[in-house]
Design a protein around this ligand. Structure first.
Ligand code: FES
Length: 124
């Protein structure tokens, strides 16, 4: 397992300006995300669903360290999907290897919320 500093984001979008909530299921942990506390990378991109989980003690597999070279960080964005970065071609390619993929599937390392909605994330 690599640490969250190794995780890179391909997508960019607006950064959150207000607090929002992420419910991680099935463990039932709810995280109130403070824009001032989100990890930001060197280009100013806010933390992904994966980085926020790891930073709050929620384990999501991430074998390639967030480099879009696996699908182990596959999650379902059950609610709030339209507030997240769009799927890049690289993410789409890896998602095709994800078991049980559906219309709410995302790679947690590439899914970044703009904070306009709360999210419900189902970890398969
Ligand atoms: S950790 Fe490998 S693609 Fe997300």
């Amino acid at each position: 397992m690599q640490n969250s500093e190794d995780i890179s984001i391909v997508n960019t979008m607006s950064t959150p300006t207000k607090s929002y909530k992420i419910d991680y299921k099935p463990n039932g942990k709810s995280i109130q995300v403070d824009p001032a506390q989100i990890p930001y990378d060197e280009t100013g991109n806010p933390g992904s669903v994966l980085e926020i989980a790891l930073g709050n003690g929620i384990d999501i597999e991430h074998v390639c360290g967030g480099n879009i070279a696996c699908s182990t960080c596959h999650v379902y964005v059950v609610s709030g999907l339209d507030s997240c970065t769009p799927i890049s071609p690289e993410e789409e390619e890896q998602l095709q290897n994800a078991s049980g993929r559906n219309d709410t599937s995302r790679l947690a390392c590439q899914c970044v919320a703009n904070g306009s909605k709360d999210l419900i994330i189902q970890i398969p």
